[in-house]
Design a protein around this ligand. Structure first.
Ligand SMILES: [Zn+2]
Length: 151
């Protein structure tokens, strides 16, 4: 119930709850790439019964796209999405790490064809814990913290 109080203040929008503590800014970066026109609130190191510490993000008047959710899942698989309508929770669900992600990760390898020609990237998830992704073109593997997202 204590968690619920922190969810209440937005009228309509999405709450990303149970983000791994310290990862909220990375998640916010993803959301900012497709710039939010509305209020976004970021809470860091909140107390959580489930996790000890957690981060939380609330975005007003916005439903996340599947690509955004998949990207967030790579950064914080523990996250829960809560959809708020008229101050009420209408939907609440966990997210899961996708098998692959297209277009939205920039390959850090400057010699990769995706950086030389304008080829959309494709990354496969090579490891789920900790999350590592592999470029389908140059086949190099990266920890999720080593890559940059673009939207
Ligand atoms: Zn590559």
């Amino acid at each position: 119930m204590k968690d619920k109080l922190k969810v209440d203040p937005i009228k309509n929008g999405t709450v990303i709850d149970h983000i791994v503590a310290g990862k909220a800014l990375q998640v916010a970066d993803i959301l900012s790439l497709n710039p939010p026109k509305n209020l976004m609130m970021i809470g860091v190191n909140l107390t959580s019964h489930k996790m000890g510490k957690k981060d939380i993000i609330k975005v007003e008047n916005r439903i996340l796209t599947e690509d955004e959710v998949n990207s967030i899942a790579l950064i914080s698989p523990s996250a829960t999405l809560i959809i708020i309508e008229d101050f009420k929770v209408v939907k609440k669900h966990g997210i899961s790490i996708p098998d692959e992600i297209k277009k939205h990760i920039v390959c850090p390898n400057s010699n990769c064809v995706t950086n030389i020609e304008n080829v959309p990237t494709r990354f496969e998830v090579a490891c789920r814990k900790p999350v590592e992704v592999r470029c389908a073109y140059c086949e190099k593997k990266y920890a999720i913290d080593q890559v940059r997202f673009k939207f």
